[in-house]
Design a protein around this ligand. Sequence first.
Ligand code: HEC
Length: 147
Amino acid sequence: MALAGKSKLVSTLTGIVLAAVFGVVHGHGDVQPQAVDTEGLEALGEEYAEENPYRLAGGEQYDLAVKIGASGYNQNCARCHGLEAISGGIAPDLRMLEDGMFGDEWWLERVRKGYSQNGAYKMPPFETLLSQEAIWAIRSYVETRPK
Ligand code: HEC
């Protein structure tokens, strides 16, 4: 009995240690930004568009952009801007951005450059992390979320 009790204690402790290690590796705040697989979307080249090219294309391209954008959003933006683009208050609710070209312009500026205050980034610049295709795919997702 005493032995069984001891081994149970040991396995419990092992579990706690493993949970702690796991927590350190996976639980810290700096979630790595994820590249977004945009296969199937029309390639956009180097120059940035002024208006969401997938919304302009419409049809299947737009549907696919919304779908790709959903996962891109969840991996890169949701932790600050909220699950399913519904803000929990840490960062602005992106569904409230203006529709159309004015919203697009601001979107591109913010997403590319991020936002810093007193030398610290409140939002990282995504220009070097996400392709132009991914940036517009995420915009497509957000702008089609019900307000
Ligand atoms: C680390 C937190 C964080 C992450 C991650 C983040 N943002 Fe932000 N974002 C912010 C904050 C904070 C602001 C508010 C900045 C300001 O006051 O203008 C902001 C502002 C914005 C704005 C301007 C909103 C407005 O109403 O003016 C857009 C657009 C935006 N983010 C898009 C994105 C997208 C797209 C992603 C993912 C690719 C993303 N953000 C990831 C924190 C974040």
